[in-house]
Write a protein that binds this ligand. Structure first.
Ligand SMILES: NC(=O)c1ccc[n+]([C@@H]2O[C@H](COP(=O)([O-])OP(=O)(O)OC[C@H]3O[C@@H](n4cnc5c(N)ncnc54)[C@H](OP(=O)(O)O)[C@@H]3O)[C@@H](O)[C@H]2O)c1
Length: 281
């Protein structure tokens, strides 16, 4: 199978390179997905599947009106260019969605077919990008949450604070599951290699849903600090008086039934966290 990875330098992009070692991996320098001419001019001959891990992911910066055009170029327009190329050249498209397309008020685990109701500029852009991806027949739209891989992420931030002796305050009313990029990439490979029916799949790490404060406590414990060094706070209190902050959904828990039925079992996030932090400090 000939695969091309886009956004290959990001957290998911790096994990996909491990999972698809024979794929052509293109970072932004090799293919800027917002450049319609470059996407059209790319040599897609013989490509079976394109794995699009490129996106604007800075959720708060996306709120700045100065960035709106760039956010939509990467998260909406680029997906349209890739979907058009997929139709023209006959490859399947894997695109990544986010639970930020929802407002977080759904009671319980969120199913794949809940209509979008984004709260933020980033969430709106992801929802509109999803519409491009699902507009073609041969797509897998993979919706995920709280990605942790090689790069900037919450776990890395908390591990750094723990190691520097800092005791943070962390929100305890946003509930979800971290998703280790390795599991996300493995699940994507499963969908592609097994030829799972096209459509939308929730794909996060598994295990008991938790708050960001719970995740921070787990990181602190793994680093030899006390869980009590993490002070819980509500989202409203944490962001009070701060500007330029994107509203966050309180419920980020995605229903994993469909991906499990497709034969993929993601790791429990607590096991994945231990393995992720297992390396040298
Ligand atoms: N991170 C999360 O918690 C999270 C949660 C839910 C869903 N997702 C989704 O998961 C996917 C992967 O996220 P991630 O965590 O791997 O993000 P990431 O680490 O920020 O990686 C995104 C990559 O996309 C690249 N990129 C941005 N604009 C590009 C462009 N115009 N052309 C080519 N490449 C471009 C970035 O390159 P530069 O470094 O040069 O900007 C970066 O390497 C995204 O679709 C994201 O929306 C992420």
């Amino acid at each position: 199978m000939n695969a091309v990875i886009l956004g290959a330098g990001g957290q998911l992009g790096r994990a996909l390179r491990q999972e698809f070692p024979d794929a052509i991996a293109l970072g932004r320098a090799e293919l800027d997905v917002t450049d319609a001419t470059a996407v059209r001019a790319q040599n897609w001959a013989g490509v079976d599947v394109v794995l699009n891990a490129a996106a604007w992911t800075a959720v708060d910066a996306a709120e700045d009106p100065a960035h709106h055009a760039a956010v939509r170029a990467a998260n909406v327009d680029a997906v349209g260019y890739l979907a058009a190329a997929a139709e023209e050249h006959g490859f399947a498209l894997v695109h990544i969605s986010s639970e930020y397309v929802f407002d977080g008020t759904h009671p319980g685990p969120i199913p794949e077919d809940l209509p979008p109701s984004p709260l933020s500029v980033y969430g709106r852009s992801k929802a509109d990008g999803d519409a491009h991806a699902t507009g073609i027949e041969r797509h897998w739209l993979v919706r995920t949450t709280w990605v942790v891989g090689e790069g900037s992420n919450f776990v890395r931030t908390m591990a750094g604070l723990a190691d520097r002796g800092i005791s943070p305050t962390v929100v305890d009313d946003q509930i979800g599951r971290p998703t280790f990029a390795a599991d996300l990439a493995a699940g994507i490979r499963h969908l592609v290699e097994t030829g799972a029916p096209h459509g939308t799949y929730n794909l996060t790490s598994d295990g008991e849903p938790a708050s960001w404060a719970d995740v921070a406590k787990a990181v602190f414990t793994a680093r030899g600090r006390s869980a009590d060094d993490v002070t819980p706070i509500s989202t409203a209190e944490y962001f009070a008086g701060k500007t330029g902050i994107a509203p966050r959904p309180l419920n980020s828990v995605l229903d994993l039934s469909k991906i499990r039925e497709a034969g993929f079992r993601p790791r429990d996030w607590r096991d994945a966290l231990r393995s992720h932090l297992g390396g040298p400090r």
